[in-house]
Each structure stands twice: as structure tokens, then as C-alpha cells.
Design a protein around this ligand. Structure first.
Ligand SMILES: O=c1[nH]c(=O)c2[nH]c(=O)[nH]c2[nH]1
Length: 301
């Protein structure tokens, strides 16, 4: 023997679990990225290939989702304590469990009282604001935008009645999470002609951002496409006369949240525990125009 085994650990990394807790129409969400690393009597699996001491990483993943249902997620720390204790006390060969958790913070989107409750969130953190200004000596064209504004509705989203062909496996749903990262560009009507005052760009940005969020939150959605049109329309309809927007281009990745299958563990998943998948993702894109306006925002991607 010229080699020996040093430190080793194993487990499932980056379990993206989203837990929805319903308090009547008011929903609370916890959104975690949980990584499990277990160590203990694991010499044999490395040296002889015996799996007798190996709790599969797949099982550690299932445990994360099952515990999200069974214990809920009061805090990342409390959730980590449940998991670490479970692995060390239930599996004799496992002597140490290290649970790493990243938590993504969400804030509520302020909504008009629709009577349907509070279930709309925007991810904390600043989006990127963009603008593109062009001038040919005569006319101005300003296309402003934002990228990376992540939003989520934990209900008021359905998707059904779609085409089914021989490759379709998607189940119809009348209640799902709808989440997306808003990437938007909007073109101002302003061209700087005689007597045209320039828009208040700062106030306009705040208003457009608010309209995108408000329309996403308040639209009872039958598809992300429908939400897209509602968002673009609200920006155009609400834009102030001096900061009129004639065209909105939206690129909305559908950030899929799949219901975790807890039935094998005898647990019911009443739209409470989701797997947040990062790829592949649906990509829904489209332009919304003021009646009669020309489409001038280049379709770049
Ligand atoms: O809102 C959606 N639009 C789609 O076109 C689509 N396709 C799909 O699989 N899921 C969804 N969701």
C-alpha cells in the first residue's frame, strides 16, 4: 500500500427547497439552498467498494424536502439543527454532519387590496438598471430598462388547456408557484422635439418598476405569457404624459418550482414544499406596444 485515505465527506449539495406556509390568504416563504456533508466510518466504500455504511446522497436530499414539510423552516439555523441531529443520531456509521445553508431573502410586493390575500414577493437585492440613449442630431431615442428583478407569486397561477402531443408529460395545474426574473426594456415616446420637455427619468424609473411589480402581483395568471402582457400594458397605460412609454420588451425566464414528491414518506404536500429548479427554464419573451406605435426596441436575444 502506497496510499491511505484522508479526510472524506459526502452528501447532496445545493438542495433548492422553497417552503410556503399559509396563514389564511397570507403566505410566508422560506427559500433555502441546503448542502449536506456527512462523514464517519466510510473507509470501506473508498477502499473495497462496500456500500454497507453509505446512506445514499439521494436519501439526504429526500430528507431535506421531507423535513421542510415535517418541521417547517422557522430559520435556517433551526432547520440545520434538525437535519444534522437526524443524520448523526439515526445512522451509526455517521459521526459528523455538516449542513450549509444559504437563504435567499424575499420582501412582499405592496398590492392593491384584491381580497385574494398576500402572496407576492420580490427577491431582496438591487436589480440592474439600464439605459440606451441615441441621438442623430435631430431626434432622441431613449430605451431604459432593468434586469434581474426576481419575483414570485405563491398562488393565483394556473397552467392548463395547453397542447398535448406524444411527448407531453406536464400535468395541468390550477395552483402553482409562478416565479420569474424580470428583464425589461421600455422605449420613451420622447424625441426631444420643439417644446418637448424631457421626462423626469428618476421618477419614471420608479413608476415603471412599481407597475411591473404591481401587475405581476395583481394578475391572476393563466400563463406567464398572460402576465407578460399585463405587465407591459400596465407600464404603457400608467406612464405619465411627460414620460410616455410607447413600447415595452420583456424577457421572462420561468423559474420553475416543482412540488416535491413526499408521498413515498407518507407525507402530504399541499402546495407547501417545492424544488426550485434552475435549468432548463421556460423563456417567455414579448413586446407590448401602445396602439399604433412602431416596434423599435431591437430583439437582441
Ligand atoms: O406559463 C407558462 N407558459 C408556458 O408556455 C409553459 N410551458 C410549460 O411547460 N409551462 C409553462 N408555463
Amino acid at each position: 500500500m502506497t496510499t491511505m485515505l484522508g479526510q472524506n465527506q459526502y452528501g447532496k449539495a445545493e438542495n433548492r427547497v422553497v417552503r410556503v406556509t399559509r396563514d389564511g390568504g397570507t403566505h410566508h416563504i422560506k427559500d433555502l439552498n441546503v448542502s449536506v456533508a456527512l462523514s464517519g466510518d466510510m473507509d470501506e466504500v473508498h477502499l473495497s467498494g462496500s456500500n454497507a455504511n453509505v446512506l445514499p446522497t439521494d436519501t439526504t436530499k429526500n430528507t431535506v424536502f421531507a423535513f421542510a414539510k415535517e418541521y417547517g423552516i422557522d430559520s435556517a439555523e433551526a432547520f440545520g439543527v434538525h437535519l444534522a441531529r437526524h443524520f448523526v443520531t439515526s445512522q451509526q456509521p455517521i459521526h459528523r454532519a455538516r449542513i450549509r445553508i444559504e437563504e435567499y431573502a424575499w420582501e412582499r410586493i405592496p398590492v392593491a387590496d384584491t381580497g385574494r390575500g398576500e402572496h407576492s414577493f420580490v427577491r431582496k437585492g438591487q436589480e440592474t438598471r439600464t439605459t440606451e440613449v441615441a441621438y442623430d442630431g435631430e431626434r432622441w431615442q431613449v430605451i431604459s430598462g432593468l434586469a434581474g428583478l426576481v419575483v414570485l407569486n405563491s398562488t393565483d397561477s394556473e397552467f392548463w388547456g395547453f397542447v398535448k402531443d406524444g411527448y407531453t408529460t406536464l400535468q395541468e395545474t390550477t395552483d402553482r408557484i409562478l416565479a420569474t426574473e424580470v428583464n425589461a426594456r421600455w422605449r420613451f415616446a420622447w424625441t426631444g422635439g420643439p417644446g418637448q420637455d424631457a421626462p423626469d427619468w428618476e421618477a419614471s424609473y420608479a413608476a415603471v418598476r412599481g407597475d411591473l411589480l404591481g401587475a405581476f402581483a395583481e394578475t391572476y395568471s393563466l400563463s406567464l405569457q398572460q402576465s407578460l402582457f399585463a405587465m407591459g400594458s400596465r407600464v404603457i397605460d400608467n406612464s405619465a404624459a411627460l414620460a410616455a412609454v410607447d413600447e415595452v420588451r420583456l424577457s421572462l425566464p420561468n423559474k420553475h418550482h416543482f412540488l416535491a414528491d413526499l408521498a413515498p414518506f407518507g407525507l402530504k404536500n399541499d402546495n407547501e414544499v417545492y424544488l426550485a429548479a434552475d435549468r432548463p427554464y421556460g423563456l417567455i419573451e414579448g413586446t407590448v406596444l401602445r396602439d399604433g406605435a412602431e416596434a423599435r426596441i431591437p430583439v437582441t436575444d
